[in-house]
Design a protein. Structure first.
Length: 170
C-alpha cells in the first residue's frame, strides 16, 4: 500500500512540474501540453488549432511518460484511465478554467472556451498505477509524419552568415 501511495505522489509531482507529457493510447506516443488539477492530468485537443489526441478514447487506457523539465530525461511512467469530460459539466468547467491559463498563443482567447465546448475534447487522465519496468533500449523514435515538415537545401549564403567573424569594436 505504501508503494502505491509513493508511486501516486511521484506521478503527481512530476506531472505537475513538467510542461509536456508523452501519452500513448492505441497509437504512437505524442507529446501533449496539459495541466494537473483535481487529482489528474487534463488535456484538450482534437479541434481546429489544437493538439491532436489520436488513440485516446473515453474509457480506454493510456501510458503517460513524464520527463524532467530541465534535463528532458524520463522521470516516471504511469498508467492512466482516459475519461472524456462532457462539455459544460462541473468537472469540464473546472478543468477548462486551468487549461485556459496554460494555453499559449490561442488565436481566439476571448472565445476559446466556447470553441472548446463546440469543437474539441477535454480528457482527464486518471492515475491507475506506476509502470515500474524500465525499457531495455532507447525510447528514441523517428518524428511522426506531418505536412508541416519541409526538407530543403540550406541557402548558399547561410554558412557565411553564421560563421563570419564579427569585428571587434575598438
Amino acid at each position: 500500500m505504501t508503494d502505491a501511495l509513493l508511486d501516486a505522489a511521484l506521478a503527481e509531482e512530476a506531472t505537475k512540474k513538467s510542461g509536456l507529457i508523452w501519452v500513448q493510447g492505441t497509437g504512437p506516443a505524442r507529446a501533449l501540453w496539459h495541466v494537473w488539477t483535481e487529482g489528474a492530468a487534463h488535456v484538450v485537443g482534437d479541434g481546429p488549432g489544437e493538439q491532436p489526441l489520436p488513440g485516446l478514447a473515453d474509457g480506454g487506457s493510456a501510458q503517460v511518460t513524464v520527463r524532467s523539465k530541465d534535463k528532458g530525461g524520463r522521470i516516471v511512467a504511469w498508467n492512466a484511465e482516459v475519461v472524456e469530460l462532457a462539455p459544460r459539466s462541473e468537472a469540464w468547467e473546472a478543468a477548462v478554467a486551468e487549461l485556459k491559463g496554460k494555453r499559449l498563443n490561442a488565436p481566439d482567447s476571448e472565445q476559446m472556451t466556447e470553441r472548446w465546448a463546440r469543437e474539441c475534447r477535454v480528457l482527464r487522465l486518471e492515475f491507475r498505477g506506476a509502470d515500474r519496468a524500465l525499457p531495455d533500449g532507447s525510447l528514441a523514435a523517428a518524428p511522426l509524419p506531418t505536412p508541416l515538415t519541409t526538407r530543403r537545401e540550406i541557402p548558399a549564403a547561410l554558412p557565411r552568415l553564421l560563421f563570419k567573424k564579427r569585428k571587434r569594436a575598438s
